[in-house]
Ligand binder design. Structure first.
Ligand code: FES
Length: 123
């Protein structure tokens, strides 16, 4: 059974940017996309690193470590291990950096806003 968990104030999420919140021990990354909020688990499935300092490109977060991209609203993987620290690398070296890991999405959470506060449903 899922439960509704408070993340924080909606005003903390910058337009065109990302904000990490702690939801009862789970780090959650939130973006404001147009007039709605989207959230994913703040843990890149490539190496399990946080994406707090990643960039928002359209509806996608770009992992700051190796450039994988994930849809902020669905968690779908859009691009897997593009390079290192912002530098795009050729395909053969991308496969090495991937360390044999196959593309994987991140968990997405439905976000609700009530009176300026953001909530998600945790399982
Ligand atoms: S840790 Fe995110 S792409 Fe490597």
């Amino acid at each position: 059974m899922s439960r509704k968990v408070l993340l924080g104030n909606a005003s903390e999420v910058p337009q065109g940017g990302l904000k990490a919140f702690d939801a009862e021990g789970t780090s959650v990354l939130v973006a404001r996309i147009g007039d709605r909020y989207c959230a994913v688990q703040n843990r890149c499935p490539h190496l399990g690193l946080p994406m707090t300092t990643g960039k928002l490109e359209g509806n996608a977060v770009v992992c700051p470590w190796h450039g994988s991209r994930f849809d902020m609203c669905t968690g779908q993987n859009l691009d897997w291990v593009r390079g290192v620290l912002g530098l795009t690398l050729p395909g053969w070296s991308r496969r090495i950096i991937a360390l044999g890991k196959q593309p994987e999405g991140v968990r997405a959470y439905a976000v609700t806003e009530e009176e300026g506060k953001l909530y998600i449903e945790l399982p």
